[in-house]
Design a protein. Structure first.
Length: 174
């Protein structure tokens, strides 16, 4: 069990460092330029870039309660997310996730860590381990700078079992 905790702690630190570096790294989106032909003038090229950042609220999900999250696309299909959440004033959670957005269909798959302070929602009698392995799979749609997401969020709670949650998210893409 100590080896597993050591591996997970190392992965958590690596994910955190990757997130910090990726937040400052300039990203490029797929070229979605539009060329407008006007007979009286030369052709005009209008640039439009894919939204690279999302700020959203999540109900339940990987935030374990109500959470505020920031997500940044580091490539066309991969994004990194970090957030802070609260559960009935007994727990503060910090989800850190890496997500893959499947091309041409609005499905997102993610994996990461959820660290927290306080009593976990599955065990109210004592404080347990402070790091969970979180996953996510669900529907994600960005339309006109509005993001909506509905996910299933199983996570491994270190009592040798998975707990299944679901989440709803809404936010702004920019």
């Amino acid at each position: 069990m100590k080896l597993i905790n050591l591996i997970i702690n190392s992965l958590f630190k690596t994910l955190f460092i990757v997130f910090i570096i990726a937040s400052f790294y300039p990203t490029t989106a797929q070229d979605s330029s539009l060329v407008i032909n006007d007979s009286s003038k030369d052709s005009i090229k209008v640039e439009s870039l894919k939204e690279e950042n999302i700020i959203f609220l999540e109900l339940v999900g990987n935030g374990l309660g109500i959470s505020l999250n920031y997500e940044r696309f580091v490539s066309e299909y991969f994004s990194i997310r970090i957030g802070i959440g609260h559960v009935f004033m007994t727990l503060t959670s910090y989800p850190i996730m890496v997500n893959y957005n499947i091309p041409n269909i609005p499905i997102e798959i993610g994996i990461g860590f959820i660290t927290y302070n306080g009593l976990p929602p599955y065990n109210t009698s004592r404080e347990a381990k402070r790091l969970l392995l979180g996953t996510s799979i669900g529907f994600k749609r960005i339309n006109k700078n509005f993001m909506f997401k509905a996910t299933l969020n199983p996570y491994y709670n270190y009592d040798n079992k998975f707990t299944f949650w679901a989440g709803l998210s809404a936010g702004i893409a920019f």
